[in-house]
Design a protein around this ligand. Structure first.
Ligand code: SAH
Ligand code: SF4
Length: 438
């Protein structure tokens, strides 16, 4: 979602004459768009800000210019005052719900008075209504935010505090944005939300659309070949969404559906409101609807109070599901969340051991999944040139990175490849047809 937000910040600043640059020392403004989900991510912001101070001094010395430094995103939202205290060279602090106001905030920066501008409101107006319709092309595969915020309050998670209450964009604005993206050359959209399947957007005629219904409407957008969505909560996987996986060919057979832990006791402590059985039954239904669906997930190890037994239940859940890919993290206490105050914190060394054994298992599963697709013929949306000379890179329907010998003309096209060899994190492919099969 930060990638999407960063692109939208570029859009909102374009009318002022700003354009992205890869050359740091030529920048008039640097915006750090930040993540607060784990401590590591937040701490990175402060070390990056040290580099920004040097940049500011270097450019002032060598070029006699002032560089504006802005911090956006969830660290800005949660730690705005702390940022200004620890990094007084920051000019603007702007939260995830107010970045549509960037033009106004930028105009208030005055290098002489050294005023600092902080805007971390949860405003009444909806930022999407103030972001420009026009935007630069986003490439073959693009993100589209449809839902933001969260009302679930898992005990470990800062999202409800930094991104605010759950909100769904009206269906029409989503469809309009999708059509504009497709007109600009995008053929795959990933619908985004912290809890994307809790989507319940106004349908324009007094009703509400679920995510499944929205996907059905998006599937009718001419030129939109592939649809994905992330991140989902198991309790919001309703029948309309599950049957969309059966009925809508554009909806890709891949789903990121985090459970966090395989222990019912820990799930309860996490305030997840579901058991492992509920999660497994959702996966059963999905596999009935779409037998080749590739599953992905998130896991937290070392949540306060997690015993060896609880952790071994996570391993057995992973064995039951069989993931095509997954993300796993050490529990990181986040300020202001209930779990940060629980007494039975798990030691760092135990967290490290558990993370390692979980990751070993998940990696073995990922390799097994990849191995199992060897020989298959799949469609690949070509996104860019690969790392090796002559190679092109894209994604299979199952979200695998696929590298094959091809031609840069193929970027943006869907081609047919035979998957020839499995790697840990990607597949080698052989192009069969530069026009993909349906
Ligand atoms: N809405 C999604 C997750 C959003 S956060 C869901 O409900 O599953 C993305 C991932 O970061 C989470 O799935 C979780 O695995 C991880 N995460 C969130 N808070 C964390 C914390 N305090 N410590 C470690 N990992 C965390
Ligand atoms: Fe965080 Fe996801 Fe739980 Fe919401 S549902 S509180 S975003 S982990």
């Amino acid at each position: 979602m930060n990638v999407y937000d960063s692109d939208r910040m570029i859009d909102v600043l374009a009318p002022l004459g700003y354009a992205p640059t890869n050359v740091l020392d030529s920048a008039d403004m640097v915006i750090l768009n930040t993540c607060h989900i784990r401590e590591k991510a937040s701490e990175k912001v402060f070390s990056e800000l040290g580099r920004m101070r040097q940049l500011k001094e270097r450019v002032a010395d060598q070029q006699g210019r002032q560089v504006t430094i802005a911090v956006a995103g969830c660290v800005a939202q949660a730690e705005g005052d702390e940022i200004i205290r620890r990094a007084p060279w920051v000019d603007i602090v702007v939260g995830p719900q107010t970045y549509h106001r960037l033009p106004e905030l930028v105009s208030k920066v005055d290098p002489k008075s050294r005023n600092r501008i902080i805007d971390t409101d949860f405003p009444k107006e909806v930022k999407f209504d103030f972001l420009p319709g026009e935007h630069a092309p986003r490439g073959p595969a693009a993100f589209l935010s449809v839902q933001e915020g969260c009302d679930k309050f898992c005990a470990f998670c800062v999202v409800p505090y930094t991104r605010g209450a759950e909100f769904s964009r009206p269906a029409k604005t989503v469809l309009d944005e999708a059509k504009r993206l497709v007109a600009g050359g995008t053929s795959e959209l990933t619908l985004l939300g912290q809890n994307v399947n809790a989507y319940h957007g106004d349908n324009g005629s007094g009703g509400v659309w679920s995510l499944g219904r929205l996907i059905r409407a998006l599937a009718e957008v001419n030129g939109l070949e592939r649809i994905r969505y992330t991140t989902s909560h198991p309790l919001d996987m309703d029948d309309e969404l599950i049957t969309a996986h059966r009925d809508i060919p554009q909806l890709m057979p891949y789903l990121h559906l985090p459970i966090q832990s395989g222990s019912n006791h820990i799930l309860q402590e996490m305030n997840r409101h579901h058991t492992t059985d509920i999660y497994l039954s959702v996966i059963d239904k999905l596999r009935n609807a779409c037998p080749d669906i590739a599953m992905s997930g998130d896991f937290i190890v070392g949540f306060p109070g997690e015993s060896d037994q609880d952790f071994s239940e996570t391993l057995s859940l992973v064995n039951k599901v069989g993931y095509a890919s997954a993300y796993s993290f050490k529990y990181s206490p986040r300020p202001g969340t209930p779990a940060a105050n629980i007494n039975h914190q798990v030691s760092e060394s135990v967290k490290s051991e558990r993370l390692e054994s979980l990751q070993q298992l998940l990696q073995a599963q990922q390799f097994a999944f990849n191995k199992n697709t060897e020989g298959k013929t799949v469609n690949v949306l070509v996104e860019r040139t690969g790392r090796q000379e002559g190679q092109m890179a894209g994604r299979s329907p199952y979200m695998q990175a696929v590298n094959f010998i091809g031609d840069p003309d193929q970027i943006g096209r869907i081609v047919t490849c035979q998957l020839s060899a499995a790697r840990q994190n990607s597949m080698m492919g052989r192009i069969i047809n530069s026009k993909g099969v349906a």
